[in-house]
Design a protein. Structure first.
Length: 159
């Protein structure tokens, strides 16, 4: 009895299938990773957004002194973090929410710099973690952009 094995598509064929959204179930692929990171980022944003209300004094303390109404800014950023995290999970709003997260990460960057300049504001957060947070912001910007793309838009991106 003869058996035949399905021939695996070439790398170019896999990229084309991915771009067309017709990737074969070959195990984990780029979209599996993208979906996993999207879920992880959304959960993190929702969790941190909620913490803006449950641990408001900490977040208010790290707002730079030159910004007005620190408590209001903390509440607003918390609302946006929760909303954008939820929106990242919804296909209709995913792209816009990804761009919103990019803008949010840029907007809150001064608070991260403020914590490095004034480490006492970070409470028990170690100084190395405060410094690590600065380049991590770039990673989060790239991640938010990548997970908000559709398979066709993000086909050339690498995890």
């Amino acid at each position: 009895m003869a058996t035949w094995k399905r021939k695996k598509p070439s790398p170019a064929g896999r990229r084309r299938n991915l771009a067309e959204g017709t990737a074969l179930a070959e195990g984990p692929n780029r979209e599996t990773f993208r979906n996993g990171f999207r879920l992880l980022l959304a959960a993190a944003m929702i969790g941190v957004g909620i913490m803006h209300f449950t641990r408001e004094p900490f977040f208010t303390r790290i707002v730079p002194a030159w910004l007005p109404e620190p408590r209001l800014l903390v509440y607003l950023s918390g609302v946006f973090e929760v909303a954008l995290g939820v929106g990242l999970l919804l296909p209709r709003t995913r792209k816009l929410c990804g761009l919103g997260l990019v803008a949010l990460y840029i907007a809150v960057f001064p608070a991260n710099v403020n914590m490095v300049v004034h480490p006492e504001l970070g409470g028990t957060v170690p100084i190395w973690a405060l410094w690590l947070r600065l380049p991590l912001q770039l990673v989060l910007i790239g991640l938010a952009y990548w997970v908000s793309r559709t398979p066709k838009e993000g086909a050339g991106n690498v995890v």
